[in-house]
Design a protein around this ligand. Sequence first.
Ligand code: DHB
Ligand code: FE
Length: 279
Amino acid sequence: MAKIVGSITTSHVPAIGGAIAKGMQNDPYWKPFFDGFPPVRDWLARVKPDVVVLAYNDHGLNFFLDKMPTFAIGAASEYRNADEGWGIPTVAPFRGDPELSWHLIEQLVAEEFDLTTCQEMVVDHAFTLPMALCWPDQKWPVRTVPVVVNTVQAPLPSAARCYKLGQAIARAIASWPGDERVVVMGTGGLSHQLDGTRAGFINKDFDLKFMNSMIEDPDWATKYSITELVELSGTQGVELLNWMVARGTMPERVRKQHANYHLPISNTATGLMVLEPAA
Ligand code: DHB
Ligand code: FE
């Protein structure tokens, strides 16, 4: 039986890729953000995952507004990155795990989660940058399964639905006969809004409550509608839905291994958490 050894949830701002390319990790603007990651890398070195299941939202690289699945999952043997127009270097391809992907697909469809299955898929900054923050040498030591959540174009899946998707992913991983050690990642958020009259909106109070709920009250955010979550966290802050998927894969009781919160990076309040199942 494959085992989920923990979750990593983090923001995914494109400018991080520029800072990495320019070696600005110790620059005063960037240091409080990058300093969040050495403890994550120490933890990864300890838990030694074989596979990362990574929940994120695509920003127009793989899906565009003309075809927008609510949930999609990769079933490829390799996932390439490509230029999104941010002027950041592309990264080396990621190994997939088609066998585990198809097992997840079969189990999830059987549980009435009808994900779009992608045997070809390019992955954007929401996938590549969190991976690069975890493995700065970019020699990815893990196989990957991308899970894509529509946080972009209305109507979005509810926080409750995303949490339940995570729970179903956990059951599917538990029923996989392999002995893989799995880390589930969720990327995006926390509060930010890139467009409209509220551009630049940040809500630290909500972010800190949300991060605390990840530890103590995992379905806390499910009491809010999508409209309320957008009001509270911004039109892009609602990327926290990816955190709900990751949190749903974890048991109700967790131990916080590590957390960081820093704002702003570009327009975004950045959050980072590492959770482990409570003993
Ligand atoms: C920014 C944040 C995002 O989540 C994103 O996908 C693109 C840009 C930003 O703050 O610049
Ligand atoms: Fe984003």
